[in-house]
Design a protein around this ligand. Structure first.
Ligand code: NDP
Length: 288
């Protein structure tokens, strides 16, 4: 029996960060500065604080200068002012606004204000549009990180049936789009499922690849998954027993060809992709 492949995002992300570090050091010698990532956090959401800390740590690892803006609170006007300032700042290559923003702030309006050339999260409508047209631009970090992880393990969804569960703008929808496009590690036949899908189990049982981005602990169970499928678990759910993915890892691990753990799967890849995007932004700005 073939051995199950654990898609180790933690280790893969560390490799990517080391590669970025090398490139950053070389570019710093040539252009006289490091890439700069402005990290904007408003409010005190504990999960957001953890994410921001992890992103700043990754920057340090990569030789990227993180420029923190931790605001206890901010008005829409103040936050818009800050974004405009960061857009003008030549030492800022990437701007990251940690979501969700506190209630009362219009996040779409804030995201729309970010210079698309500094939009390392890939949420600006210009970059979303470019992605949907298959044009180069910043891609959202979670789906791009997922593709990158598969690529590093030489697991190619081309010509396969893929089911994406979840249609959010930050994960499911862009992931479905990226998987269905032509290009490396893509060319899948994609079904995008959501809470109004009539028979999710039947869709999943058809799938060679399942990507779960739902937000419900252990939602995808062994009876829903075809023998030998590849399962990518994007979910990060806080439960009384600790962090849980959207997939029942224990139940699935003996049935699948490959699967991501939670934690240590897609999470670290998302952050690594942010570093990739920031390096890209830097190269764009210095003309490397
Ligand atoms: P959203 O809540 O925005 O979207 C969830 C999606 O799941 C929706 O499209 C919803 O359908 C669908 N859904 C909900 N219930 C069901 C159901 N019973 N059957 C089928 N589909 C269902 O979540 P996100 O996309 O933002 O995040 C998803 C998960 O991924 C979360 O656990 C989140 O924490 C995690 N995450 C992890 C990241 C990482 O770095 N690893 C990054 C971002 C998110 P509908 O649209 O019909 O409501």
């Amino acid at each position: 029996e073939a051995k199950m492949i654990l898609l180790d995002g933690k280790e893969t992300a560390a490799e990517i960060r080391a590669e970025i570090r090398e490139e950053v050091d070389a570019l710093e010698g040539k252009f006289g500065r490091k890439p700069g990532l402005a990290v904007v956090l408003v409010g005190e959401d504990p999960a957001s604080q953890v994410y921001v800390r992890n992103k700043e740590r990754a920057c340090e690892d990569c030789g990227i200068k993180s420029i923190p803006y931790r605001l206890e609170s901010a008005s829409q006007h103040e936050l818009e002012g800050l974004i405009q300032e960061l857009n003008r700042d030549v030492n800022v290559d990437g701007i990251l606004v940690q979501l969700p923003l506190p209630k009362g702030l219009d996040s779409q309006k804030i995201l729309d204000l970010i210079d698309p050339d500094k939009d390392v999260d890939g949420f600006h409508p210009v970059n979303v549009g470019k992605m949907s047209l298959g044009l180069p631009g910043f891609k959202p970090c979670t789906p791009a990180g997922v593709i990158n992880l598969l690529q590093r393990y030489d697991i190619d969804p081309a010509c396969k049936k893929a089911v994406v569960i979840g249609r959010s703008n930050i994960v499911g929808k862009p992931l479905a789009m990226m998987l269905s496009q032509s290009g490396p590690c893509a060319n899948a036949t994609v079904t995008l499922c959501h809470s109004r899908t009539a028979d999710l189990k039947a869709e999943c049982l058809e799938a060679d690849f399942i990507f779960a981005a739902i937000g419900m602990p252990n939602f995808v169970t062994a009876d829903m998954v075809k023998e030998g499928a590849v399962v990518v678990d994007v979910g990060i759910n806080r439960t009384d027993e600790g962090l849980a993915g959207d997939c029942d890892f224990e139940g699935l691990k003996d049935k699948v060809h490959a699967i991501t753990p939670v934690p240590g799967g897609v999470g670290p890849m998302t952050i690594a992709q942010l570093m990739v995007n920031t390096l890209e932004a830097f190269k764009l700005h210095v003309g490397a």
